[in-house]
Design a protein. Structure first.
Length: 394
């Protein structure tokens, strides 16, 4: 059996909304349906019935995104009922995992055309309650927020593994001797680059606003921020720490989707590809050091592609925390920092968990297409200690 080439022919995303912000009134399944419908509509030569499968990442699944949000998106988007859908969960990497699984299905001949993406509404993530051990409890019952982080943690797990995500960022800051000023400067640069990209219209070709919602650009970008303003923020996880709300990614809502095809699919869409998918890799690390997860995943994916960090023309690295991103960059000394997140990163744009990986893959594909050639990479750290990376070429 021969392995087929897999191409990304288009990628779209919503503007990313802030927690409790403009997209908080929109159900996650509706957000997912919106990007699926927009993606299909942008390829008018494509018969929607030709889509072999829809893969969607979703990190929560405890609320309105339950019961296979990928299939719900297909139905809500008005695609033929013959189009199936599957939802995947690799926490923060779920959207990129969906892209990788869709690409794998096409590469081995199980599909010719697939949609892959991700969605998250952290605003609408519900509270949940465990069933009581026995009927008719007399006492109060605990509700757990499903927005972010550990919940209902198994007591068998070592305590050092189950620290808060921000405490994990503090551990990385300690390991790499990252100062508060370095982290704040990194965050400020993320906002500056994102604001500039929007001003220059660099996101116009991929962002599809949600109809009826007054949001046309990413809601968390603070172009007026400054080092002085960031310095006033208190540490969020340690009294004497360096990780703050200002140098961390926010809580967000949003969705993203990509159209993946083989050669036959290219003919069916009548489109020129943005980029070709080369290789991917996933690796594990100690859970408390989750932020360094991309380090080995990136090295492994590039080695499989016969490439190096020096070959990259664009690298979209998810910015869960400034400390986490800086920690990874410190372990890639041969990488040119100028190619990393040239249009801003998650600290400014936002990090809707299940959607972020798809957003990154789409951003790399669009930037490679704009450049006309090059090697690109998308990578994320993942809670509970994993890293995920995808190599694209044009």
């Amino acid at each position: 059996m021969s392995i087929r080439d897999v191409y990304i022919v288009d990628a779209v995303r919503t503007p990313i909304g802030k927690f409790g912000g403009a997209l908080a009134t929109v159900r996650p399944d509706d957000l997912a349906a919106h990007v699926v419908r927009a993606l299909v509509d942008r390829s008018p030569e494509l018969d929607p019935a030709r889509v072999d499968d829809v893969y969607f990442g979703d990190a929560n699944g405890a609320g309105e995104d339950n019961r296979d949000v990928a299939r719900m998106a297909v139905l809500l988007a008005g695609l033929p009922v013959s189009v199936p859908g599957v939802t995947v969960n690799r926490l923060c990497g779920s959207g990129l995992e969906a892209v990788i699984q869709a690409a794998r299905a096409i590469a081995v001949g199980d599909a010719h055309i697939a949609v892959a993406g991700g969605v998250e509404s952290m605003s609408r993530a519900p509270w949940v309650m465990q069933k009581p051990e026995r009927g008719f409890p007399a006492g109060h019952q605990q509700l757990w927020s499903t927005t972010l982080g550990w919940r209902m943690t198994n007591p068998k797990l070592p305590a050092e593994w189950t620290v808060a995500l921000g405490e994990g960022a503090e551990l990385i800051a300690e390991r790499h001797a990252l100062s508060r000023e370095q982290q704040d400067a990194f965050a400020l640069d993320s906002h500056r680059k994102a604001a500039e990209a929007w001003t220059k219209g660099l996101y116009d070709g991929e962002v599809v606003p949600y109809e009826g919602v007054d949001l046309v650009r990413d809601e968390c970008i603070r172009e007026t921020s400054s080092m002085e303003a960031l310095a006033k923020l208190k540490p969020a996880f340690r009294k004497d720490g360096s990780v703050t709300a200002g140098n961390s990614s926010p809580l967000n809502d949003g969705a993203a989707a990509l159209l993946l095809v083989d050669e036959e699919g290219l003919r069916a869409t009548g489109r020129e590809p943005l980029a070709r998918i080369r290789t991917s890799a996933v690796t594990g690390i100690e859970p408390q050091l989750f932020g360094l997860g991309p380090v080995e995943a990136v090295r492994t994916a590039l080695a499989k592609a016969g490439r190096s960090l020096a070959d990259l023309s664009v690298f979209e690295l998810n910015e869960a925390f400034a400390a986490q991103s800086l920690g990874c960059l410190a372990e890639w000394p041969e990488l040119d920092p100028a190619v990393v997140n040239p249009r801003g990163g998650a600290i400014a744009i936002g990090h809707p968990l299940g959607a972020s990986g798809a957003r990154l893959a789409g951003a790399v594909a669009h930037q490679l297409a704009a450049a006309g050639s090059g090697v690109g990479l998308a990578a994320l750290c993942i809670g509970v200690g994993q890293g995920l990376a995808l190599v694209l070429e044009r």
